[in-house]
Ligand binder design. Sequence first.
Ligand code: ADP
Length: 250
Amino acid sequence: MMSQSPVLQTRSGTVVEFTGVVKEFSGLRALDGFSLTLHAGECVALLGPSGSGKTTALRVLAGLESTDAGSITIDGIDVSALSTSKRDMGMVFQSYSLFPHLSVGENVEFGLRMRKIKPAERRSRASAALALVGLGHHFDRFAHQLSGGQQQRVALARALVTEPRVLLLDEPLSALDAKVRVQLRDEIRRIQTELGITTLFVTHDQDEALAIADRVAVMRSGNIEQVGTPEELYSRPATPFIADFVGLSN
Ligand code: ADP
């Protein structure tokens, strides 16, 4: 039997749906009728200049911020009343935010401990998650002994160990130097594809967005100006702003 193409797989169902989401901070609209669909298994990059609302979109999906209007569904269920822990998300942020006094393995196990999973299972699942990110032999080292890139790999393992429905990455590469950034970007893409996990990747870096995502949603002033595959954005930018942002006017 022929295997399904990645494109067909990504169209196989809706996992996350933002519809007309509004979020205001003291009268300023960080999200202004924001609508976006994430299909099962795809990686969507939210790309845009600083202040365009990318992080706010990720935070309202995670339940770290409330919304003022509109709806967000995960697998068709409205999540507005659900706390962050009930939304089944794995998250990685720009700063590593590991516990420095815990070992790498204990950091990764943390979410499983919260879920009252027994020690033996915790250890085997954390080991598997660390192997997935290429740190299988680092279980007993301390977080502070690792490089920045390795710490972000641990953060990724920690986000994935609970097998979340959706992976949220907010500028996960921004604190790293250029070479490590490209390595980890490619590694994240490999893991994302291998697991088939629905992913929202926030970045202000167009090269990063175009390299990692199945589709790129370009944000401007709290809304999406255009969403499409990297090829579509390159070949048919809808506005001069898009052309500029994907580097066509340089
Ligand atoms: P981006 O991630 O694209 O840089 P943000 O989502 O962080 O943009 O911010 C969008 C807008 O909302 C900005 O004008 C920002 O100053 C504002 N904003 C975000 N979070 C807060 C907050 N907690 N309090 C006040 N204003 C905020």
